[in-house]
Design a protein around this ligand. Structure first.
Ligand code: SF4
Length: 486
């Protein structure tokens, strides 16, 4: 099995950001290129079972759950997720990161192969929380070869990552929709249970504790999700009601709701439409029946709209559209002004804007700039149950013909593609998906849970449909030359 990036220089904290195809293995350059871009590598540890630790940035280990963590001090190359790092995409990312660490320039990167040009968003792919979760997951596997390892549910919403973990013996205790796969009574104190990046409910933690398992020992909950929980707790202490912008069935929203209801009356709103209904209930133009109809199934027990909508704060499922969260907050804030007057707003509406996840925000902003640049079609890659990827798809399909695919296998041929439709919630097949225009501009991006290696595979698959393309090393040269300061 071919091993990427790990093969050379992998004992450094920051492994090489890209592999020159000409160094990737035996055989002519083209063959070598395809050999490493069409197979998602399985992570093995040839000759060095502790390799994974040698690649671990010491400052990150289990320190992520800190109030003082600043994601902007991180570079994309931190983390140990070399197993999922694609050589092409990662090289582009590393170049952009080195030249613009604060992401002031959101213009897309253009990989110009001649007849086809790939436009890559300035920011996409594994976020800090996902890198952190992947790292802890693989470290847990590596350090506990003789124990049964369960994940409470999919660690992140990416089929490749979850498939690989399953192949290594990991079992998932619940489906993403909450269906229990492993009965509680099957778990013993000797088992390891890993909490996924979106966290879990307090009820789950209590179930685990009852079986002698500490849910905090192998906890990959993203610190930005925990930040939302903490803010919800503080809102409750200050007698605010928490309004969660999220999908009620999503693991993260279930977890946030579970934490929030311990200290505050809590209600979940899905979108702007629901926010407007809640706003009218606050104004008194809609009554309790409207609340019962729209929110009773997703609010805390005993929620009384007459009392519990006097003081509110809005938090979100971190993968929702950040702009929509802001719009929802604005709608509710306006309702408070209408009801209580501008001079009393502070008493009735808490400012929670600092709970928005930086990665979601940057992904979405970079996507907007990407589609402003335009393209002939967009390929958005990720798990079909990935919330943040769905939002990237929504943004793209407003402007460009967009195909939401989970990996390169969905590109059946030059004339046929399988893709997920957000409208029908089903996989559909489209023929003649690849326009004949030349040069063709292909927008290529993904959500926070998609490995760069999967994007490499997609890029390679699309590229294989074109003749007389520029060699990869020439195309990538643009992303290896240090920028002139002059
Ligand atoms: S999207 Fe944000 S909140 Fe979610 S895992 Fe990534 S960094 Fe954490």
């Amino acid at each position: 099995m071919w091993l990427p990036v790990l093969v050379r220089g992998a004992s450094e904290d920051h492994a090489p950001s890209g592999v020159n195809p000409s160094e990737a293995g035996a055989g002519p350059a083209t063959t070598r290129f395809w050999s490493h871009t069409t197979v998602l590598p399985r992570f093995t540890f040839p000759g060095s079972p502790r390799l994974i630790y040698s690649m671990r940035p010491p400052n990150l280990i289990f320190s992520a759950h800190s109030d003082h963590y600043d994601p902007r001090n991180m570079t994309h190359n931190s983390g140990i997720n070399e197993l999922y790092r694609g050589s092409i995409i990662s090289q582009v990312k590393a170049f952009r990161e080195a030249n613009d660490p604060r992401k002031r320039d959101l213009s897309p990167s253009v990989l110009d192969f001649g007849p086809v040009r790939f436009l890559l968003a300035r920011h996409f792919g594994f976020c800090f929380g996902v890198e952190n979760a992947v790292r802890i997951a693989y470290e847990t596997l590596e350090s506990n070869p003789d124990q049964r390892i369960f994940f409470l549910s999919e660690m992140i919403h990416n089929p490749k990552v979850n498939c690989d973990l399953r192949a290594r013996g990991v079992r998932f205790a619940f489906t993403p929709s909450g269906e229990q796969l492993v009965p509680w009574e099957d778990l013993t104190p000797d088992d390891i249970v890993v909490v996924p990046a979106f966290g879990t409910t307090l009820e789950m933690q209590e179930q685990l504790a009852a079986r002698g398992i500490d849910a905090y020992t192998y906890n990959t909950t993203c610190p930005f999700v925990e930040k939302v929980w903490k803010r919800s707790g503080r809102l409750g202490e200050q007698n605010y009601t928490v309004v969660v912008h999220g999908k009620a069935a999503h693991e993260e929203t279930r977890a946030t709701f579970s934490h929030s209801v311990r200290s505050a009356p809590t209600v979940i709103v899905l979108d702007l439409n629901e926010a407007r209904i809640l706003a009218d209930i606050i104004r008194g133009t809609l009554d309790r029946d409207a609340f019962d109809q729209h929110f009773r199934h997703k609010c805390s027990d005993g929620f009384d709209p007459a009392r519990h909508l006097e003081r509110i704060g809005v938090v979100n499922q971190t993968t929702m559209l950040a702009t929509e969260t802001r719009e929802i907050a604005d709608v509710l804030q306006t309702a408070m002004i209408d009801r209580y007057g501008k001079e009393n707003l502070q008493h009735h509406f808490a400012d929670t804007s600092d709970t928005l996840c930086y990665a979601t925000n940057e992904n979405q902003n970079a996507t907007r700039t990407l589609i402003e640049r335009g393209g002939d079609l967009a390929l958005v890659v990720g798990g079909y149950n990935s919330s943040n990827t769905s939002h990237i798809v929504e943004l793209c399909q407003e402007a460009i013909a967009t195909y939401f695919i989970q990996n390169a296998d969905e590109i059946v041929s030059v004339t046929r593609i399988r893709h997920f439709s957000l409208d029908t919630r089903a996989v559909e097949t489209t023929d003649d998906w690849l326009p004949t225009k030349r040069p063709l501009d292909v927008v290529l991006t993904c959500g926070a849970s998609c490995p760069d290696a999967v994007l490499d595979e997609v890029l390679s698959r699309v590229l294989s449909f074109f003749n007389n393309t520029h060699p990869l090393d020439r195309v990538l040269r643009t992303f290896t030359t240090p920028k002139s300061n002059g």
